[in-house]
Design a protein. Structure first.
Length: 256
């Protein structure tokens, strides 16, 4: 299963969700591969593998210098990571938006998961950049599921609605309706706005809204600064429980 974690807005918990969902998958005993598709390199910095040489990162893949498998580095208790580089910001201007570049990631995954591939059957979790361009389109063209994190504020809700419109525009090109789930994050029970956002989201998207809600939690916010996922940092925290529940929900729905 290939999961793209994407919203056209920053600060909604994309990287946090990618990190902790992959950790939950690995702790369940399954292989996970994390892909940092964001030139800001937040996921890569958590791993601690920031590279001076862009050719040894995902940018090298887009240059045609390395395969995805060659770029993957081990991540203890997580699986593997394909790191990002700030040079990824150049992909749009260098390679344009033709079908070859838009399908490059899908073709790379197909090679990685081929029948003879050692890592066939692993879950791939893609941490997307917060804007619609070649990189995000690569993730959408390559994935089986788009997981859309929505912080409980109105701008995040508007961004999610825009995401829905974008996916609808792409359906004729994809020739399918891409599976999607909406995930409420940074939910603060003390604020009425959180409840209002949840109500609007469920009225608009029904069963495509995850039953699991990621509550605002100090441990979730702290863990990246310690270069850890929530399960390594604070396994008994509410945040660990929430992400374990998200993994279980997706698993029960056949999305993992």
């Amino acid at each position: 299963m290939r999961i793209a974690i994407f919203n056209q807005k920053g600060g909604v918990g994309k990287t946090t969700t990618a990190l902790n969902l992959a950790a939950a998958i690995s702790r369940h005993g399954d292989e996970s591969l994390l892909l940092d598709l964001d030139p800001q390199c937040h996921l890569t910095s958590i791993h601690g593998s920031l590279q001076a040489d862009p050719d040894r990162t995902l940018f090298g893949f887009y240059q045609g210098l390395r395969t995805l498998d060659e770029l993957a580095v081990p991540w203890k208790d997580m699986g593997r990571l394909i790191p990002a580089h700030s040079q990824l910001i150049k992909v749009d201007s260098i390679y344009g938006k033709g079908p070859t570049i838009l399908n490059k990631l899908r073709v790379g995954f197909d090679a990685l998961e081929g029948p003879r591939a050692e890592k066939a059957g692993q879950s791939i979790v893609i941490d997307c950049c917060p804007y619609m361009g070649v990189l995000a389109l690569n993730a959408i063209f390559a994935c089986d599921l788009v997981l859309i994190p929505i912080a409980t504020d109105y701008l995040s809700l508007q961004a999610a609605n825009q995401m829905t419109k974008t996916l609808a525009y792409l359906e004729p090109v994809l020739k399918r309706r891409l599976e999607r789930r909406y995930l409420l994050t940074r939910y603060d029970r003390r604020r009425k706005m959180s409840e209002d956002i949840q109500t609007q989201l469920r009225q608009s998207y029904g069963d495509e809204v995850c039953q699991t809600i990621i509550l605002e939690n100090v441990s979730i916010a702290e863990s990246p600064s310690k270069n850890r996922d929530i399960f390594s940092h604070s396994p008994s925290s509410r945040g660990a429980t929430d992400y374990a529940n998200l993994h279980l929900e997706l698993l029960q729905q056949g999305l993992l």
